[in-house]
Design a protein around this ligand. Structure first.
Ligand code: G4P
Length: 534
């Protein structure tokens, strides 16, 4: 049986995603030491690849980390928490089967969690919840559960229960095993893999009374009764359907409660699932089918491209999610978009910052392909079948910028940098039909900052950035070429081409858009590029 567990962590910025990532890698024995992430000590979680992330303390791009745990091969795909990079997160979520959601227990559900949850909903992705930072003052656990159920519309099932919080945090009650896990600072010598526990099957045992004291004992007894009365028991099917979320309380910073969540993932999180593909010619009305992970023939798709992960190598890596069959090193695979067979001599797998060549890969695995510009996000690979995995769209950008070069001799380097960054999905690149100007489109301002930073650092291009007065972009589809030519000539100043040369309409005001739609009832307007199966 395939033992892959491919999952992502989602959270609002600062809820503790980087911190828990580091602890998971520690449990997976990928790293030996866990420092205080991004802390005063100057150490960083191994998942923070890019310099900009370190400087700004934000996680910009998703990274892939693999480690064995129990009898599963875990693949953790990190996602940027900042909403300006939500497109990147969306694409990453197409490549996972389940999600670990971090909540800051002092704050409850925050804005970005709601957005990310919406994305998970699109695919009914199973979610495990981690209520983080109980070593600090937190909201009441029932209030937190109520908050999640109301705001995120998902049923919570606590798997453990906090006893106290902040300076008064005593530990966790493990509901299934009826034991108390005692909270201790690992810095003081306790081992997170074998925490101190007390048998709590009888809450009136002397040892428990002595440990908890009257106040905690009374609250815990009442809380457990309420849980029994009010909360449905855990149901694996409902978890897999994304209806129920098992909830773990703890503190990522103190590596407390993390192993319980990881144990759960290893035991219950789903393995590789079936995925929908569109058949050639990949139009909106083209036939679809479902690719089962158990199919003999190999298939996979690229969900992410990242350049210059290691500045010494100046390389570009395309991340491929294997969906069916077995991928073998050196085997020729069919690159559907170009129609060519491609040999992959050095497929790599990732372990935090390290990478190594792999001989084979199975459904659920993520492999990296060295890329000299051949690949694009959304590219499908097969053993000859003309299929395309669906649901990896480009979303319509909402803000636009033009780059003005300070040194005209850098025009070539700028073109190269912009093309590569757009192919990676860092930003969207459009060319104006009338002026051939290059316009950058983004969902959030931080994306432009990343472009600026990377153009300067990786391509040695200094530019000034000027905002452009568009408020949106629509991808267009026409019934025939005559209609298309006519539309382009009457709306020339609004026409853009994206980096795949698809025709787009730039919107300057909602009024303009309404007018042009009314005048052209046969033209179809799409606010993401999914209409072509891209
Ligand atoms: P993110 O990736 O989701 O953005 O969050 P990250 O892990 O970077 O955590 C954000 C801050 O919260 C970090 O502090 C981190 O140490 C802290 N943190 C994470 N988990 C816990 C926890 O369980 N308990 C406590 N007390 N803190 C936690 P920082 O960057 O050093 O900022 P600050 O603490 O100096 O403000």
């Amino acid at each position: 049986m395939n033992n892959r567990c491919t999952f992502a962590i989602i959270s609002h910025p600062d809820a503790g995603k980087t911190t828990i990532t580091e602890k998971l890698l520690w449990f997976g024995q990928v790293i030996r030491q866990t420092g205080m992430v991004k802390s005063k000590s100057g150490t960083f979680a191994k998942s923070d690849w890019m310099e900009l992330e370190k400087q700004r303390g934000i996680s910009v791009t998703s990274s892939v980390m693999s480690f064995p745990f129990k009898d599963r091969q875990m693949h953790l795909l990190d996602t940027p928490g900042h909403q300006d990079f939500s497109e990147d997160t969306y694409r990453t979520l197409t490549a996972v089967e389940s999600v670990l959601m971090m909540i800051d227990s002092a704050k409850g559900v925050e804005s970005q969690t709601i957005k990310l949850m919406d994305v998970c909903r699109l695919r009914d992705t199973p979610i495990v919840t981690f209520m983080n930072k109980f070593d600090r003052d937190s909201l009441d656990p029932f209030e937190l559960i109520d908050n999640i159920e109301k705001v995120l519309s998902i049923q919570c099932v606590p798997m453990n229960w906090p006893i106290g919080d902040g300076v008064d945090f005593k530990g966790l009650y493990d509901i299934l095993n009826e034991q108390i896990i005692i909270f201790k600072d690992p810095e003081l010598g306790s081992d997170p893999t074998t925490p101190d526990v007390l048998d709590a099957s009888d809450l009136n045992a002397e040892e428990i009374i002595n440990f908890l004291g009257d106040e905690h004992l009374e609250k815990l007894t009442n809380d457990l009764e309420m849980i029994k009365e009010l909360i449905c028991p855990f149901c694996p099917e409902e978890y897999l359907a994304g209806i129920q979320t098992p909830v773990f309380f703890g503190s990522a910073l103190y590596n407390f409660g993390v192993n319980q969540a990881l144990d759960f993932l290893a035991l219950k999180a789903p393995g590789p699932s079936a995925k929908k593909v569109r058949l050639a010619p990949f139009e909106l009305d083209s036939k679809t089918r479902v690719v089962e992970p158990t199919e003999k023939k190999f298939s996979g798709f690229i969900f992410k491209i990242q350049a210059n992960m290691d500045k010494r190598h100046r390389d570009r890596i395309a991340f491929m999610r294997i969906c069916s069959g077995i991928f073998k090193r050196g085997q020729k695979i069919f690159h559907v978009r170009s129609g060519k067979d491609i040999k992959i001599p050095t497929p790599i797998i990732f372990q935090a910052q390290d990478r190594e060549i792999t001989e084979t890969a199975l459904p659920g695995d993520i492999i990296g392909l060295y890329d000299n510009g051949k690949y694009q996000i959304g590219d499908t690979f097969s053993e000859g079948e003309k299929i395309k995995f669906t649901g990896i769209p480009s979303f319509a950008p909402e803000i636009f910028n033009k780059v003005l070069l300070k040194d005209p001799l850098k025009a070539k380097a700028l073109d190269k940098g912009l093309l590569q960054l757009s192919e990676e999905g860092t930003v969207q690149l459009f060319v104006r039909h009338t002026t051939s100007e290059k316009i950058l489109g983004a969902v959030g301002m931080l994306q432009f900052e990343v472009v600026k930073f990377r153009l300067e650092n990786e391509y040695n291009v200094n530019g000034a950035y000027e905002s452009y007065p568009f408020i949106g972009v629509y991808w267009l589809q026409f019934d025939n070429e005559v209609d298309q030519a006519k539309f382009i000539s009457t709306n020339a100043s609004n026409i853009l081409f994206d980096n795949k040369k698809r025709i787009c309409f730039s919107v300057r005001s909602q009024w303009d858009l309404k007018l042009v739609m009314e005048k052209n009832p046969h033209v179809r307007f799409f606010n993401n590029s999914d209409y072509m199966g891209h």
